[in-house]
Design a binder for this molecule. Structure first.
Ligand code: NAP
Length: 324
């Protein structure tokens, strides 16, 4: 059987926002599930999911969604995973795989595992892919292509179930890696959670900085600020939950970050250009490494289109004259 052949009979998606709807689109495009059942918390989202034709069935509640499903993926904010697990637990089919997509893993395992009955395989996952947008309209089938999906199976998890879920994610275009939940949380604290915290901070600071008017901040944002604003536009509910759920790892990374920031501040204060140059040269090499392994485009300025130079005549003093 090739990896893109049907892997599951019935895929149930609990939560159909950016990630859930992207899974629905990609799973359908790849034919990895015979049937897709989806649900969401609000009637408005469920209606939209039905309008977009993202699932074969859109049902009203979580318990109904998981009936007869052999793969259940919980795609709700991290802080809601425990309550959802409590609701679906008694309705899960024997032999089914239950997974999630939460950006934090230890807290999700702690909250969901007690509700997963014996005979059901619990294999938490985190697709490291996303955008700053939310909701079912924001999703797209190619979201996971070339991105990593990290599986954090608890000790004693059935290897066949883990491999079946890995095959599912590979069929959606992702690369799959497996690691313990606590290690995932440490890695993501530095690669994702701390950058988000810094972006939320700097955009907030600029907003409060009275000497520079708000219109100037917006006007001259291409100086670097706008790249932070994209991250700082990420969903407030999701990120509130991420920081509360990954508190220890984030605080540990933040401590190291504060020390490094103090060192750079000291170099600036002392006029230590060599220290600044050495630091910036090191970070530039990290960026090159990310491009080299295909995790970002080599196009300058994140590939933003730049308008052509207008073909207007040069002002008089610079224009060629008969005397030149
Ligand atoms: P989203 O677009 O906001 O969608 C969230 C979905 O969960 C919606 O269907 C929403 O229903 C439902 N929901 C919200 N609060 C709920 C609650 N308290 N109980 C039950 N359902 C609830 O969010 P998302 O970006 O897809 O994120 C979903 C999960 O993916 C999160 O755990 C996040 O950590 C993880 N993740 C996100 C990204 C990213 O970049 N966004 C990347 C990787 C992983 P309604 O629409 O009806 O409110």
């Amino acid at each position: 059987m090739t990896e893109s052949a049907t892997l599951f009979n019935r895929l149930a998606l609990i939560g159909t926002g950016l990630i859930g709807s992207s899974i629905a689109r990609a799973a359908r495009a790849q034919g990895v599930a015979r049937e897709i059942v989806a649900t969401a918390r609000s009637a408005a989202t469920r209606r939209r999911v039905a309008e977009l034709g993202l699932a074969d069935q859109v049902v009203e509640n979580n318990a109904a969604a998981v009936e007869g499903a052999d793969l259940v993926i919980v795609c709700v904010p991290v802080g809601a995973c425990g309550a959802v697990a409590a609701e679906i637990g008694p309705h899960l089919a024997r032999g089914a795989i239950v997974s999630d997509v939460g950006s934090v893993k230890s807290a999700v395992v702690r909250d969901m595992a007690p509700h997963v009955p014996a005979g059901v395989h619990f294999v938490p996952a985190h697709p490291v892919a996303g955008t700053e947008n939310s909701g079912p309209d924001a999703g797209f089938a190619a979201l996971f292509v070339g991105r990593w999906c990290i599986l954090t199976p608890p000790e004693g998890a059935d290897p066949a179930a883990v491999e079946r879920l890995a095959a599912f994610w590979r069929a959606l275009g992702a690369n799959v890696e497996t690691m313990p939940a606590a290690h995932h949380d440490l890695v993501l604290a530095i690669t994702s959670h701390l950058p988000h915290l810094i972006a939320y901070t700097i955009v907030g600071t600029a907003d409060e900085f009275a000497e520079v008017t708000r219109s100037e901040v917006l006007k001259f944002s291409a100086g670097g600020f706008r790249d932070f604003t994209r991250i700082a536009a990420s969903d407030p509910t999701m990120w509130r939950d991420v920081f509360l759920a990954n508190k220890d790892a984030v605080l540990e990374m933040l401590g190291t970050f504060n020390e490094d920031l103090a060192q750079l501040a000291r170099a600036i204060r002392r006029g230590d250009g060599d220290a600044l140059f050495a630091h910036f040269a090191r970070t530039r090499a990290i960026r090159r490494g990310i491009v080299e392994i295909g995790q970002d485009s080599p196009a300058p300025d994140f590939g933003r289109p730049h308008p052509d130079l207008p073909l207007a005549p040069l002002p008089r003093p610079y224009a060629a004259s008969d005397d030149d």
